[in-house]
Structures are given as C-alpha cells and as structure tokens.
Design a protein around this ligand. Structure first.
Ligand code: CA2
Length: 152
C-alpha cells in the first residue's frame, strides 16, 4: 500500500495559549500560526495536515492511534507531557510512524526537569529552541525521512 500523503500535527497541553502568555519564552505567534505554517510547509511537498491540540493525555493518545490509519508521519510538541508521559511515548512507539519532536524553547537550557524527554528516542527528528519556525524545519526533515531521502 502506498503511504498516505498526510501528516498529523499534535500539540500538547497549554500550547493553546501560544502567543497569549509568556511571549519572552514562547514568542508571539499563536497556535493557529503554527498550524498554518506546518500546513503550508507540508503542502509544498504535496502533503496535507491534520492538526490537533489538546490538554488531555487520552485525547492525544487516541489521535496518535488514529494516525496509523491515514497518516505517513507525526509532528509533535508534547508540551509538559514530554517530561512525564510513558503512555504518550508508548502510543508513538506503537503506531510505528516516523515522528518529529519539536520544542519551541531550548529545553536543554531551562530547568533540569525539562532536560529529559520520554519521546526523544521514539522520534527520528528533534528540533529544539528554534521558536515556532522549528515546526517548519521539523516538517521538512520528517518529509525527507518519509520520502526516503534522509534520517535525522
Ligand atoms: O518549548 C516547548 O515547546 C515546550 O514543549 C513547551 C511546554 C513545556 O512544558 C516544555 O517543557 C517545552 C509548555 C507549553 C506551554 O505553552 C505555553 C504557551 C504560552 C503561554 C504559556 C504556556
């Protein structure tokens, strides 16, 4: 079967507040801006995007499971669940799609508890600390992996 020409974009808890709070850390662009950026980036390669943000772990996990049916890869910023959720990691591992993990801020330069990611080693692409623009780079790199051009 040919791979579907669709990506799942997942944003985790509190990312609905992007652009509305803490602009010094997360910038002024909104979640809508992120979704448009990823959609436009993927469209350039002939892919569509299904975007989802939720503050609820089970909703995120269900969306990841559903991606198995009709997506070729997942771009995810798991938000705070990055540092806490074995269940989210298990879901990503179970669907066995290529995953790009994105963080807007440079988590490596913040509090110690943000240094560990449960998602890290189930993702093939990691983009950290590039602001919202990092989603576009992660999407391009993921599409390269999907099309067999690269690992990264
Ligand atoms: O840097 C990132 O993208 C994070 O994934 C964002 C998470 C944080 O828990 C991770 O350590 C790093 C938090 C998302 C909260 O988003 C907000 C956006 C605007 C205002 C307040 C929170």
């Amino acid at each position: 079967m040919t791979s579907p020409r669709r990506l799942l974009l997942v944003n985790g808890p509190n990312l609905n507040l992007l652009g509305l709070r803490e602009p010094d850390i997360y910038g002024t662009e909104t979640l809508h801006d992120v979704e448009v950026l990823v959609t436009d980036t993927a469209a350039g390669a002939g892919y569509e995007v299904r975007a989802l943000q939720s503050n609820h772990e089970g909703v995120l996990i269900d969306a990841i499971h559903d991606a198995r049916e009709d997506c070729a890869g997942i771009v995810i910023n798991p938000g705070g669940f990055t540092h806490t959720s074995v269940a989210l990691r298990d879901a990503l591992s179970a669907v066995a799609l290529p995953v790009a993990e994105v963080h807007i801020s440079d988590v490596t330069q913040r509090e110690q508890f943000r240094h560990f990611s449960y998602v890290r080693d189930v993702a093939v692409i990691h983009v950290v600390g590039e602001g919202v623009a990092g989603y576009a780079r992660a999407t391009r790199l993921l599409l390269d992996v999907i099309s067999g051009r690269a690992d990264g």
